[in-house]
Each structure stands twice: as C-alpha cells, then as structure tokens.
Ligand binder design. Structure first.
Ligand SMILES: *[C@@H]1O[C@H](CO)[C@@H](O)[C@H](O)[C@H]1NC(C)=O
Ligand SMILES: *[C@@H]1O[C@H](CO)[C@@H](O)[C@H](O)[C@H]1NC(C)=O
Ligand SMILES: *[C@@H]1O[C@H](CO)[C@@H](O)[C@H](O)[C@H]1NC(C)=O
Ligand SMILES: CC(=O)N[C@H]1CO[C@H](CO)[C@@H](O)[C@@H]1O
Length: 204
C-alpha cells in the first residue's frame, strides 16, 4: 500500500486536503510522465523528482503558493498540480520548470502531491490508485527520508546558490558587500534562500 500523508497547511481552508507520498526505486517513471503528457485525467498529480527537493518545507512552500494562486484565479499553468511544479521554479519558464522539477523517464525517487477539493478523493482512494500505477517502493514522507534523495549540487545549480567561484570573483572585485550568496552548506540557510527566490518569482 502507498503511504499517503494528509496535511493541512496554515492559512489554507481546512476542507482542502493536501496528500503527499514519497517513492523510491521507481521503475516506470516514463509511463507516469507519459500519462501527464497525454493529459490523462486519472493522473491529476504533481509528480516531482525528489532529487531536486531539499526538504518538506521546500515542497510545501510550492504547494501553498500553487493553492493560493489557484484560489485567487492566478494560475499560470494548466491546473493546481502543474502549478506546484512551476511554483518550485526560480524563473518564469513553465516548460523549463517541468524539465527541472517534474518527473522524467530517469526519475527514480518520486514525490507525489494531490490536492483534493472533492470529498470523494480521499487518502485511501489515492493510495489505491498510486499502488496500482507506480512501480516502486513507498516510504514515509519525512525530512530525513527526503534528504536521502536530495542532490545538493543539483539544487545549488538550479537556484544558483553557493557558487564558490562566484563568491571568490566578487571578493576579488571587492564588490561582495552585503551579498547573501555565500558558500551555503547549511541546508537551513539554503532553504531560506530558495524559499525567498520562489516567493519573489513573478513579482517583478
Ligand atoms: C496569497 O494570495 C494573496 C491574495 O492574492 C496574496 O496577497 C498573498 O501574497 C499570496 N501568498 C502567497 C504565499 O503567494
Ligand atoms: C523512512 O521511511 C521508512 C519506510 O517507510 C520508515 O520506516 C522510516 O522510519 C523513515 N525514516 C525516517 C528517518 O523518517
Ligand atoms: C559558477 O560560476 C561559474 C563562473 O561564473 C560558472 O561557470 C558555473 O557554471 C557556476 N556554477 C554553478 C553551479 O552555478
Ligand atoms: C503498474 C503500471 O502501471 N506499470 C506501468 C509501468 O510502466 C510500463 C511502461 O514502462 C507500463 O507498461 C506499466 O503499465
């Protein structure tokens, strides 16, 4: 059985449930991606490659933004699920955000998010569907389990943070004053920077 966790996020209507699942050793990612590309309505999920997610907070910030934008009629992509993938992006290119954060044929660890507004969509109905369609091992959605899959180098590259070379160059030019970009090895610090970039996207 899939391990679905149902969360309620602060500031969102309690009727609106957020269901999350984490899988490892997924072997049919190309099939799953294909369902999204075909617009198969049985697959209204945000499928996210877990290697580019730093922490539960990183993912949930995107969920919150997407749901909030959906509630306010500000979706920039097809639906609230695609918007979750887009909300992770540091820039406004939707197609790139899917290649960067979304499921790819090579995805082995997978995060699944389902927003249910309809009472017939329950943790148990989602669990049944995911168990029948995802070939992989469900594991608990937790901070420690997510961090097992995080490719820190890739995350830094995506958000252009902690580039030692850049910092060194700025130092050499003597123009480093007040910049936040340092060697961010501490995940907590990285998270703060990333959440800031996500929040600022599209507001300029
Ligand atoms: C949520 O929507 C409100 C109303 O449009 C907006 O003021 C607020 O900044 C949004 N919050 C986030 C996290 O996007
Ligand atoms: C990771 O997931 C496994 C399998 O669901 C679970 O037994 C374990 O407690 C989780 N570990 C942590 C540290 O969250
Ligand atoms: C770091 O900066 C160098 C020089 O500007 C650039 O070539 C490289 O791609 C950057 N690396 C990352 C991870 O952003
Ligand atoms: C259970 C399930 O849907 N498995 C799919 C995994 O992917 C292959 C194709 O790569 C499909 O044929 C399976 O149906």
């Amino acid at each position: 059985m899939a391990l679905i966790q149902t969360l309620s996020l602060a500031h969102l209507p309690p009727s609106l449930a957020v269901h999350v699942a984490l899988y490892q050793e997924v072997t049919n990612a190309s099939f799953l991606q294909q369902q999204l590309l075909l617009g198969n309505s049985d697959f209204e999920y945000a499928f996210i490659d877990a290697s580019v997610i730093l922490s539960p907070n990183h993912l949930l910030a995107a969920v919150f933004r997407a749901v909030n934008d959906s509630d306010n009629g500000r979706l920039k992509s097809r639906n609230v699920h695609s918007e979750i993938v887009f909300a992770l992006s540091p820039n406004n290119n939707i197609a790139t955000s899917f290649r960067t954060f979304g499921i790819l044929p090579t995805t082995r660890s997978l995060l699944v998010v389902k927003i249910s507004t309809n009472p017939s969509i329950t943790a148990s109905s989602i669990s049944q569907h995911l168990s029948a369609t995802i070939e992989g091992t469900a594991i608990e959605f937790s901070k420690d389990n997510i961090s097992k899959f995080t490719d820190i180098k890739k995350v830094k590259k995506i958000y252009k943070i902690g580039n030692k070379t850049d910092v060194q160059e700025r130092k050499n030019r003597g123009s480093e004053k007040g910049t936040v970009v340092g060697e961010l090895d501490d995940k907590k610090e990285m998270e703060v920077v990333i959440l800031g970039m996500m929040a600022l996207r599209g507001q300029t």
